[in-house]
Design a protein around this ligand. Structure first.
Ligand SMILES: *[C@@H]1O[C@H](CO)[C@@H](O)[C@H](O)[C@H]1NC(C)=O
Ligand SMILES: *[C@@H]1O[C@H](CO)[C@@H](O)[C@H](O)[C@H]1NC(C)=O
Length: 155
């Protein structure tokens, strides 16, 4: 019987998209009663926001959907590429950053989260510089669809 599978969600700063994705994934896993099979975390490509809580709009989006999140930003480390089974990027530039950073022959499969979206919305645009919060809600919906579809295909 396989052990726990670990997934890491990665975006530029770990304060908008990737914490939403992590919180959504963990929430779905609990809803489905499969928390003994999956563990999730998130991390940043860059170190600008290390130690910070997510952007207030990301926190509000999660709160609006009654999803808890207590994580703080951290930067991805080379060990992560062997610690995690799956590493999800949010957009294509950042996927190529991750592939460059991955040590040779590391374990993690590096995937684009949006590739699992049944509606085909592949790129999770960074809503950080938006003035409003609509981009955060859209990001949340994309994460819900993609995480559900990923879990449907990997159970
Ligand atoms: C949260 O819900 C409130 C009330 O519906 C809404 O005004 C607000 O824009 C939502 N926040 C986000 C970040 O989506
Ligand atoms: C991806 O990450 C790099 C930093 O490594 C950044 O310069 C770039 O803007 C990011 N791409 C997007 C679309 O966020």
């Amino acid at each position: 019987m396989p052990g726990v599978q670990k997934v890491l969600f990665v975006c530029l700063g770990n304060i908008c998209r990737s914490p939403i994705a992590e919180a959504v994934f963990t929430h779905i896993v609990k809803e489905r009663g499969i928390q003994n099979k999956w563990e999730a975390d998130s991390a940043a490509i860059g170190g600008w926001h290390v130690g910070n809580r997510p952007d207030h709009r990301a926190r509000e989006t999660l709160k609006n959907h009654s999803i808890e999140y207590n994580g703080r930003a951290r930067q991805i480390e080379s060990d992560d590429f062997n610690e995690f089974d799956y590493i999800f990027g949010m957009d294509e530039n950042n996927i190529s950053n991750l592939k460059e950073e991955a040590p040779r022959n590391s374990k993690a499969k590096i995937l684009l989260l949006g590739d699992f979206d049944p509606e085909g919305d592949r790129i999770i645009r960074d809503p950080y510089y938006d003035t409003g919060s609509a981009g955060f809600e859209k990001c949340y919906q994309q994460c819900v669809r993609s995480c559900k579809a990923f879990l449907d295909n990997h159970n």
